[in-house]
Design a protein around this ligand. Structure first.
Ligand code: FES
Length: 218
């Protein structure tokens, strides 16, 4: 496994770009996709690789790389996938009525995930969240702000993702807020845990046949 440090992903967005244009740029970010995760700062990987795009196999991530409160970004099928390790405090916040009342789809009614992630934490294990990191508005990559702190993008920030392109907000279960441009929660890719210390992105748990192409919006 090749592992490089990454603590944030930011891709400059040209507001004249269409969603299609932006996604084309984004898919140009991919490198190797295969049996092991490659964790990279996306800006450093801008060369298109059509063979890799076509491969699309599952990606394994060693969860020891993701300490509580941290996020690691891996690539799967040319897309950034956020893997986060939520702290107990973050899990408590995800159930806070003050937060829930601000969300557009708190119950994950829209088809943006498999049934195994249709719950309050939108994941298989509450502590680990796995989300496709592409804003459902026009395809920017949301930024990770896990903590309510002084350096947050908006007031009353409870922790989550902020999309700098047009201001969409998501919580730490990637549920979108009401009143922002993005219409849907971030998608959950197929994934499961082949062992306690590894998450495999790209394949469902053995008892699921979830079809990722059936989601509403990527
Ligand atoms: S792309 Fe417009 S808010 Fe994210």
């Amino acid at each position: 496994m090749t592992t490089l440090p990454v603590d944030q992903t930011q891709i400059p967005f040209d507001h004249k770009q269409t969603r299609r244009d932006f996604l084309y740029v984004l898919t140009g970010c991919v490198g190797a996709v295969g049996a092991a995760a490659t964790v990279v700062p996306l800006l450093s990987q801008m060369e298109p690789d059509q063979a890799t795009l076509a491969a699309g196999g599952p990606v394994d991530l060693d969860l020891s790389k993701v300490q509580p409160g941290q996020q690691v970004v891996v690539r799967w099928r040319g897309r950034p996938v956020f893997v986060i390790n939520r702290s107990p405090a973050a899990l408590k916040t995800l159930q806070d009525e003050k937060l829930l009342s601000q969300l557009a789809d708190a119950g994950s009614e829209q088809l943006q995930q498999a049934d195994y992630a249709k719950n309050w934490h939108r994941s298989i294990k509450p502590e680990y969240g796995v989300y496709v990191g592409i804003c459902t508005h026009l395809g920017c990559i949301p930024m990770y702000y896990p903590d309510p702190s002084a350096s947050v993008p908006t007031s009353d920030w409870l922790g989550g993702y902020f999309c700098p392109c047009h201001g969409s907000k998501y919580d730490l279960a990637a549920r979108v807020f009401r009143g922002v441009p993005a219409p849907y929660n971030l998608p959950v890719p197929p994934y499961h845990f082949p062992s306690d210390g590894v998450v495999r992105i790209g394949t469902n748990p053995p008892d699921s046949n979830f079809d990722f192409s059936s989601i509403n919006q990527l």
